[in-house]
Each structure stands twice: as structure tokens, then as C-alpha cells.
Design a protein around this ligand. Structure first.
Ligand SMILES: Cc1cc2nc3c(=O)[nH]c(=O)nc-3n(C[C@H](O)[C@H](O)[C@H](O)COP(=O)(O)OP(=O)(O)OC[C@H]3O[C@@H](n4cnc5c(N)ncnc54)[C@H](O)[C@@H]3O)c2cc1C
Length: 360
């Protein structure tokens, strides 16, 4: 039997951050992940400066390792087909990284023991310890396995209705004449019904394009329209062999997700924490991974559900449920929204500063 204080299921940003904080506090931590790193994660790879602050990682230190990091100093935004609004800043307001590199770097930096290629197959409660896969015994388990995390699934009672955002993306190396998208100014294209948006994010020699929507219809026709649009504008011309990958995530407050149990907490996408307006999920993953570790360190030997409840309370405070517009007003809000997205002032102060950068 392999013994540890904390077993972390999933080595993405939530899991690796939790692992690093616990390891530095002297805990014996084991991370298992069904994938072998470096692994890819379906994601645009846009990160706000707050992510680096939470990670206590200087972007220059990350760049010095030779990994891709693109500084972002503005955004071009539009409702698909309308004239774009360009919002520029005199400072770096975001970064674009490649998840295959970023996640691998963070996991190695965590200092924790890692068992790659190890899916969580079973989880049993024996007395006051957890036994995973019949061979790992842990005092606490942290579920950081992303949207389909088996630990989070176990905590749920079933029957809950969840409405995830569904998204697809493709990341590929650019040919010399590949794209006119500037690395410093990624492009965002809102669907005309405002149920989602597409993006073009350049990271050095790579381009990431994708589209996410919160309705439950078929995503493929939207992707096809979007790619035709990008090709017509010369923004991207993905080769036929480029692989599109799909995934889902829950925006905070859109689904009932239990966050703690006896000797167990869930973090990141497993807890459904992405910001509803932008879909930013890396920062909530890192933030909740840290908070989970800090809660465990504070709880010490007492890791019953009641001792871990402050984690759930604090997460609900930081990631409250978004209030949806009343149904009769939805049409009006959308019509108004399409007009507002043509306004440079609204775009800068509300869309970008408040909803995407969360600075205002
Ligand atoms: C198309 C798309 C674009 C996105 N773009 C952005 C963006 O630009 N910026 C942003 O901030 N957010 C973005 N997000 C959201 C972001 O990707 C997630 O919120 C973030 O990855 C969550 O991190 P995590 O650590 O919780 O989970 P993950 O990164 O999903 O990591 C979970 C880990 O758990 C492992 N795992 C899963 N099941 C098991 C199992 N049974 N046993 C063991 N291990 C398991 C997986 O292999 C994985 O390594 C995007 C999401 C999508 C779908």
C-alpha cells in the first residue's frame, strides 16, 4: 500500500497548485493523473496576470525556461461580421501560454510525487482514510480531475441539472503566411445570439482558434461558420489535418456542485468555477487549489466535513452565482448587448476591464 497525507486526483492547474502549497507545508502528497505529461488540455491558453501572482511565478522566469509566453496588450472584439472595436493598453494585460507546456511546468514545479498514466478507478472509505485503486491510502483526497472528475461525481447525489459551456478548439503551428492576427491583440468574436464567442489567439509561432457556447444545440455548425468566416477574412486557414478537440466546463453558479465531504474537497473545473462572462477557468482553478491546500493545512488532523466547510463558504463568496436576466427581458438585453459591443467605451470599461480582466 502506498501511503500519503493527501492524494490529489488530477495534475492540471488546480491539482498542481494544491500539491505545491501542501508539499511546501511539509505534507506527503501524491498526485495521480490519467494522462502522461506533457499532455494537452482543450483550452485557448489565455491567462490574466492574477494567475501568475497566485502562482508566485514571475512571467519573466517562465519565459526564461524557453517556454512559449505571448504578452497581450489589447483585444479586437466584435459581434461576428460587425466592424471590430480595438481596445489597446499601454501595459501587458494578459498572456497566452500553451497548456501542454504550462501544466507540465507547474506540475514539475509542485515538488510532489506524481503517478502519471494512473486514472482513479476506485475510491473507498476505510475508517477515517481513503483507499484509491485498492493500493493508495490517504488521509484526504482532493478532486482536481476537471469537468468529469470522478471524485466530484462521487460527492454528487445525482439528478442535478447542470448546463455546461461546450467548446471546441484547435491549436496549430503557423506557416509563414499563416495569419494576420497579431500576438499582442487577440481577436474575440461574439455569436450574434450572444450565447457564446469564438477566438483567435496567437502564441508566437502557434495559433489557437475555437468557439464556446452555453446553449445545448449542436456546436459543429457554429464551428463551420466560424472557420469559413476566419478564412474569408484571412485570419486563419487551418489545414484539413488540424485536429479539433472538444470539452465542457461549468461556469460558477450554474450547477450544484458539492465542494467538501468527509476528508475530501474538490477544486478547479471539478468544482465548476469558471467565470461566467469570459469562461476564464485557469485562475479559479489555481485560486481554489491554493485555498483547498490552505484549508487543509489550517484543519491539521481534523479533516471531517465540518472542518472543511470554510472552504466551501469562501469559494461560494469568491465565485457567486451569476444572476440571469428575467426571461421576458432576454431578447431586449441581447439586442442592447449587440449595440453596446459596438461602443468603444462599453467594450473597454465593461467587457474587457470588468468582465474579462476583472480589474474594475
Ligand atoms: C475550449 C476551451 C477553452 C478554454 N480557454 C480558456 C482560457 O483561454 N483561459 C482560461 O483561463 N480558461 C480557459 N478554459 C477553461 C480552463 O481550461 C479550465 O477551467 C482549466 O483547465 C481548469 O483546470 P483544472 O486543473 O481544474 O482541470 P484540468 O486542467 O482539466 O485538469 C484536470 C486533470 O485531471 C486529469 N483527470 C481527469 N480524470 C481523471 C481520472 N479519472 N483520474 C486521474 N486523473 C484524471 C486530467 O487528465 C487532467 O490532467 C477553456 C476551456 C475550454 C473547454
Amino acid at each position: 500500500m502506498v501511503r500519503c497525507d493527501a492524494l490529489i486526483v488530477g495534475g492540471g492547474p488546480a491539482g498542481s497548485t494544491c500539491a505545491r502549497v501542501l508539499t511546501r507545508a511539509g505534507w506527503n502528497v501524491l498526485v495521480i493523473d490519467r494522462a502522461r505529461f506533457p499532455r494537452d488540455k482543450v483550452c485557448a491558453g489565455w491567462v490574466t496576470p492574477g494567475v501568475f501572482r497566485l502562482l508566485e511565478l514571475d512571467p519573466a522566469e517562465y519565459r526564461a525556461t524557453g517556454l512559449t509566453i505571448q504578452e497581450i496588450r489589447g483585444f479586437r472584439t466584435s459581434v461576428l461580421g460587425d466592424r471590430p472595436v480595438e481596445t489597446r493598453y499601454d501595459r501587458t494585460v494578459s498572456y497566452a501560454i500553451r497548456r501542454c507546456e504550462f501544466d507540465d511546468y507547474l506540475l514539475q514545479r509542485s515538488g510532489a510525487r506524481v503517478l502519471p498514466g494512473t486514472p482513479l478507478a476506485s475510491l473507498e472509505r476505510r475508517g477515517d482514510t481513503w483507499v484509491a485503486n485498492g493500493e493508495i491510502s490517504a488521509r484526504v483526497v482532493v478532486g482536481a480531475g476537471g469537468h468529469f472528475c470522478p471524485v466530484a461525481r462521487r460527492l454528487r447525489s445525482g439528478g442535478e441539472v447542470v448546463r455546461p459551456v461546450v467548446a471546441k478548439e484547435a491549436e496549430f503551428r503557423l506557416e509563414a503566411d499563416g495569419s494576420v492576427v497579431a500576438g499582442e491583440v487577440p481577436e474575440l468574436f461574439f455569436c450574434r445570439d450572444l450565447e457564446g464567442y469564438g477566438w483567435c489567439v496567437r502564441k508566437g509561432a502557434y495559433l489557437n482558434i475555437g468557439l464556446g457556447r452555453r446553449d445545448h444545440g449542436d456546436l459543429n455548425p457554429h464551428i463551420d461558420d466560424f472557420v469559413r468566416f476566419l478564412e474569408a477574412r484571412g485570419l486563419a486557414r487551418p489545414a484539413p489535418h488540424v485536429r479539433w478537440c472538444g470539452h465542457a466546463y461549468l461556469a460558477s453558479g450554474t450547477g450544484p456542485r458539492p465542494l467538501v465531504g468527509e476528508g475530501v474537497l474538490v477544486a478547479g473545473d471539478a468544482a465548476g468555477l469558471a467565470y461566467p462572462q469570459s469562461g476564464e477557468g485557469i485562475k479559479p482553478a489555481v485560486d481554489s487549489g491554493r485555498l483547498a491546500a490552505e484549508t487543509l493545512v489550517a484543519a491539521g488532523a481534523r479533516v471531517g466535513r465540518d472542518n472543511l466547510l470554510p472552504y466551501a463558504v469562501e469559494l461560494q463568496r469568491r465565485y457567486p452565482a451569476a444572476r440571469p436576466a428575467p426571461q421576458p427581458l432576454v431578447g431586449l438585453v441581447k439586442a442592447l448587448g449587440r449595440r453596446l459591443l459596438r461602443s468603444p467605451a462599453f467594450t473597454r470599461h465593461v467587457l474587457i476591464d470588468r468582465w474579462f480582466l476583472r480589474e474594475a
